[in-house]
Design a protein around this ligand. Structure first.
Ligand code: AHR
Length: 627
């Protein structure tokens, strides 16, 4: 093969091409990225969360009473906050003989020497009461302990730090009222102090670091289906996810579990700032999934039109909350009170997710888009293409994008390796003067098999095509991002994890290489093969980009064939880089393995590049040269 880079032919491309898409699916948030260690800390789990599957899934889920010295129940009267109606009441008859236990999400992992922030809301309802002992225990061994003051007759938040003196993988938190009578307890929370960047109410450090290492240029949140919900009452309402944790409104997660909203909009924006990427919140377009309504009256439910002005205002308020002045704007003040006086500098907003493009949708969607553009013309609005359907004349969001000049359109597709191989040119014909593309969800799915080098290389092929079309494709994100072992709603995912380990897949490394070595200028790159058969040519790809800020050039080459390909690399047009030199020092990254390899990892080495030199693309490989 001959690979020729033509530095005389360049075009400007998006510098935000590789991002991440966070959705609370497969326990990505509670029990995952959100570092809270206590499951059902607020006693708000409900049968409605799981649609009848798990009968035990109710307000007392994950909690057990140890000992015979008393009883416990869930109560609702006079809660800490109306959004958090349930709390536990322990009626202690014999102090020291009764305690509430919670084993977290598949056990609480405890590490020797680590400190944990404990907080508990409590009030004494009846009886003398007394102090409360809180410990971390496993198999009768106490790893950490503290004693909280005796609660008064009003709700009060009590805090302490627990320091573990041993490791344990499946510890429980034990809450033991030491006085007699009825004591009410709620929001029993435990966080490791070592969260990502040490943030309070923060994120699990190792998982967050794995995301940061991708160097994503943006993060879309809070989800795809999760954003628009499966009924009007399930639409994700950003206003219910900010402010004090006890006042946030937990919700049924349509993937069949419970969302505390402890990882809410404030935390999403904070994380984006911490890792230096643009926030891309996605809000429902006034309809939920496929325009579903709560009462099941047909398929055309949307927020009633007389309630739409209120909903549109919520969308506008989000922009004011993110960007408004901390002193002079209502929502800017709210943000400042939560601890972030400086604006978050929001630039993008998504409206809609894979929605059925119906009249109901269109009316509401356009109403929101117009209101946003009128008030905030500089905000880039990302609409939806609707459910993806290749080559059909089926009504899609692209018609609306054309008619209403919507800035950017979100497309989603999960396809087989074969599809990716034969669609390298997918974006070549897209209109250069229309809306930009955000490929918000994509992944190569090998039917019935986990992702492996083959699927990862298909994604690499597609990224080469996206870079080549980086003047029209502005953003992309693999989906889904995270999945916890034992709680997987969807396969494959980019990163699997459990309480101890973070397990990136091969596809993660493709995203990481492309996220770390990206540019804002595409350099025309051609690949010609002696063997001109389509099957051969379609399994090879090249893309070259330059980062104009650093001057670095990155050449990406993919070989999806089962044999190496000898190639000649012609870099002679990079004259400004070579000058008088015969060769340049460069770095080579190679990701390669057997066709079903799930553990391949990129290897890095030094390489000398010349204006013309031989390079062999290994079988099943992704090579990246950094000059
Ligand atoms: O990524 C998983 C789901 O796929 C998203 O929630 C939805 O947008 C799409 O159908």
């Amino acid at each position: 093969a001959t690979i020729k880079i033509d530095a005389g032919r360049t075009k400007k491309i998006s510098d935000k091409l590789i991002g991440i898409f966070f959705e609370d699916i497969s326990y990505a948030a509670d029990g995952g990225l959100y570092a809270e260690l206590v499951q059902n800390r607020d006693f708000e789990y409900s049968q409605a969360d799981v649609k009848g599957g798990n009968k035990a899934w109710k307000a007392d889920f994950a909690w057990t009473l140890e000992g015979n010295g008393g009883t416990w129940e869930i109560r609702k009267s006079e809660p800490i906050h109306e959004n958090n109606p349930n709390y536990a009441v322990v009626d202690v008859k014999q102090p020291g003989q009764v305690a509430l236990l919670n084993g977290g999400f598949d056990g609480i992992p405890v590490r020797e020497g680590e400190k944990y922030d404990l907080s508990v809301f409590a009030k004494q309802l009846e009886g003398k009461g007394g102090k409360i002992r809180v410990s971390l225990v496993q198999d009768g061994r106490v790893m950490a302990q503290t004693i909280l003051k005796a609660p008064k007759s009003d709700w009060k938040k009590m805090t302490a730090v627990l320091k573990a003196d041993a490791d344990a993988d499946h510890a429980s938190i034990k809450v033991e009222p030491l006085g007699t009578g009825k004591v009410a307890l709620d929001m029993i929370s435990l966080f490791p102090q070592q969260t990502f960047k040490g943030r309070k109410n923060g994120l699990r450090a190792d998982l967050a670091q794995a995301l940061a290492d991708l160097k994503p240029k943006f993060m879309r949140f809070p989800g795809g289906c999760v954003a628009h919900g499966d009924g009007l009452h399930n639409i994700y309402n950003w206003k219910e996810t900010i402010g004090p944790l006890e006042a946030r409104k937990p919700q049924r997660n349509l993937w069949g579990y419970h969302q505390t909203k402890g990882l809410g909009y404030y935390e999403f924006f904070q994380f984006c700032e911490d890792i230096g990427c643009e926030p891309l919140p996605v809000l429902a377009a006034g309809v939920s999934c496929q325009n579903s309504s709560d009462c099941g009256h047909g398929q055309q439910g949307g927020i009633p039109m007389d309630k739409m002005p209120e909903y549109v205002q919520d969308v506008l308020d989000l922009i004011e909350w993110a960007n408004g002045d901390a002193k002079t704007t209502k929502w800017g003040k709210v943000r400042a009170e939560q601890g972030h006086p400086a604006p978050f500098n929001l630039k993008y907003i998504g409206i809609g997710n894979e929605d059925l493009i119906s009249k109901t949708f269109e009316e509401r969607y356009l109403m929101i888009v117009k209101a946003v553009k009128e008030k905030y013309p500089d905000i880039v609005v990302c609409g939806t293409s609707g459910p993806w359907s290749e080559g059909s004349d089926y009504e899609t969001g692209w018609r609306l994008a054309k008619d209403h000049k919507i800035d950017m359109i979100d497309e989603h597709y999960y396809q087989t390796p074969g599809w990716f191989i034969y669609h390298q040119d997918y974006y070549d014909q897209y209109d250069r003067n229309g809306s930009k593309v955000y490929l918000g969800e994509y992944a190569a799915h090998a039917p019935g098999r986990p992702n492996n080098i083959e699927t990862a290389l298909c994604e690499a092929l597609h990224i080469c095509g996206m870079e080549r079309n980086g003047d029209v494709v502005a953003m992309s994100s693999y989906a889904p991002l995270l999945a916890k072992d034992g709680h997987v709603n969807w396969n494959p995912d980019m990163i699997y994890f459990n309480n101890k380990e973070v397990k990136p897949t091969v596809g993660y490394y493709v995203q990481k290489l492309c996220g770390n070595y990206c540019g804002d200028e595409y350099i025309e790159s051609t690949l010609s093969v002696n063997e001109g058969r389509r099957g051969v040519r379609d399994r090879l790809a090249v893309s070259t980009v330059r980062d104009t800020k650093t001057g670095k050039v990155y050449i990406k080459m993919v070989n999806l064939l089962n044999h190496p390909v000898k190639g000649k690399l012609d870099l002679s047009s990079l004259k400004d880089r070579f000058g008088e030199a015969q060769s340049l020092d460069a770095r080579l990254h190679v990701l390669t393995g057997n066709w079903d390899d799930r553990n391949a990892r990129p290897k890095e080495s030094d390489i000398k590049v010349k204006p013309e030199f031989d390079y062999e693309l290994p079988a099943y490989s992704f090579s990246l040269i950094e000059i």
